[in-house]
Ligand binder design. Structure first.
Ligand SMILES: NC(=O)c1ccc[n+]([C@@H]2O[C@H](COP(=O)([O-])OP(=O)(O)OC[C@H]3O[C@@H](n4cnc5c(N)ncnc54)[C@H](OP(=O)(O)O)[C@@H]3O)[C@@H](O)[C@H]2O)c1
Length: 276
C-alpha cells in the first residue's frame, strides 16, 4: 500500500476518528474446464501483476501461453512457475514488434490471441507535474506500443487467413476525465479497441477491452494479501488480479463469441454516470 494512503488513513483516524478498516476479498473462480484448449496466447507484461494472473488462469484453462516484458529475470521466474514460454520485449521499441511476434510464433506455434496488457502509470500528482519525459513514456508504452502490437498481430493473422482475438487492458480512468497522460492513454485505448473491432469483425477477429478499477499490483502498491479497503470504490475494496483474470478468460474464450468492440469495466460500476 502506498505511503500516501497509509498516512491519509492515519490522519483521518487521528482527526476524525474514522476507524482504520481492514478489508479482505472473497472472490470466486470458475473451475478449470478447458475453455481455452487449443488457444495460443501472447501476454505483454505477463511477468507480473495482472498479466501474470491472466497467464495462470489461461494455462489452467488449457491454453499455451507466452509472457513478455523487459525484465528477463522476472520473466524467467514467472515462466518457470507457470511452465510457459517467455520472450523479452520493450513495447516502446515499435520497430522491433514485428520481429518479436515472429519469434513468439516460432516458440509458441502460431498465436491466435493477444493480450495487450503491458503498461505503466507514472502517478504524477497532477498536470503541473507532467514532464515531457513522463508524457512521452506513457504514450509510447501504453498507447503507441499497444497500437503497433495489435497492427502487426493482425497482419500475421491475415497472412495465414486465421481468426483471432485481441484483448486490450484499459482502465476505469479511460471512462473519466483526467489531467494526466495515463488516463488519456486509456481513453484512447478504448477508442482504438472499438475502431479496430468494427474493422476486423468480418474477418472473425474479435477485439475487446477490459477496464479494471484499482487492482492490487506493483503499479498501485497494494499487496494482494494485505488490507484491500478502499473508501473510493463502490465495493469498498481494491480488486484482485485473479478476479480480473476470470473476466479476461471469458472474453478470449469462444463462449463470448458474440462480443466484440466492448469495454468491460471491472469496477462495480464506479464510472457509471449515476446518482451514487
Ligand atoms: N493495477 C491497477 O489498478 C490497474 C487498473 C487499471 C488498469 N491497469 C492496467 O493493467 C495493465 C497491467 O498493470 P499491472 O497493475 O499488472 O502493473 P504492473 O504490476 O506494474 O505490471 C506492468 C507490466 O507491464 C510490463 N511493461 C511495462 N512497460 C513495458 C514495456 N515498455 N515493454 C514491455 N512490457 C512492459 C511490466 O514488465 P517489465 O517491467 O518487465 O517490462 C509488467 O509486466 C496495465 O496496462 C495497467 O495500465 C491496472
Amino acid at each position: 500500500m502506498r505511503i500516501r494512503t497509509i498516512l491519509g488513513r492515519a490522519l483521518r483516524y487521528i482527526f476524525y476518528g474514522v476507524p482504520i478498516q481492514v478489508t479482505k476479498a472473497q472472490i470466486f473462480y470458475t473451475q478449470p474446464s478447458k475453455q481455452l484448449e487449443g488457444k495460443k496466447i501472447i501476454i505483454t507484461g505477463g511477468g507480473r501483476g495482472l498479466g501474470f494472473s491472466m497467464a495462470k488462469k489461461f494455462i489452467a484453462e488449457g491454453a499455451e501461453v507466452l509472457i513478455a516484458g523487459r525484465n528477463e529475470e522476472t520473466l524467467i521466474k514467472s515462466a518457470n512457475t507457470l511452465k510457459c514460454k517467455y520472450l523479452t520485449l520493450d513495447i516502446s521499441n515499435t520497430n522491433e514488434i514485428y520481429t518479436f511476434l515472429q519469434k513468439a510464433n516460432e516458440l509458441l506455434g502460431e498465436a491466435d490471441c493477444l493480450i495487450n496488457n503491458a503498461g505503466i502509470s507514472l502517478h504524477e500528482q497532477d498536470f503541473t507535474k507532467v514532464t515531457s519525459e513522463t508524457f512521452d513514456q506513457q504514450i509510447a508504452i501504453n498507447l503507441k506500443g499497444s497500437f503497433f502490437m495489435a497492427q502487426k498481430f493482425i497482419a500475421l493473422l491475415r497472412a495465414k487467413n486465421k481468426k483471432g482475438n485481441i484483448l486490450f487492458i484499459s482502465s476505469e480512468t479511460g471512462a473519466t476525465v483526467d489531467d494526466r497522460p495515463y488516463g488519456w492513454t486509456k481513453a484512447a485505448i478504448n477508442s482504438m479497441t472499438q475502431g479496430l473491432a468494427s474493422k476486423m469483425i468480418r474477418e472473425e477477429i474479435r477485439i475487446n477491452g477490459l477496464a479494471p478499477g484499482i487492482t492490487a499490483s506493483e503499479m498501485t502498491g497494494y499487496d494482494t494479501e494485505g488490507n484491500l479497503f478502499s473508501g473510493a470504490s463502490p465495493s469498498g475494496r481494491i480488486y484482485l488480479p485473479e478476479e480480473v483474470a476470470e473476466i479476461a478468460c471469458f472474453l478470449i474464450s469462444d463462449i463470448s463469441a458474440c462480443i466484440s468492440g466492448q469495454i468491460i469495466y471491472c469496477n462495480n460500476g464506479k464510472t457509471l454516470n449515476t446518482r451514487w
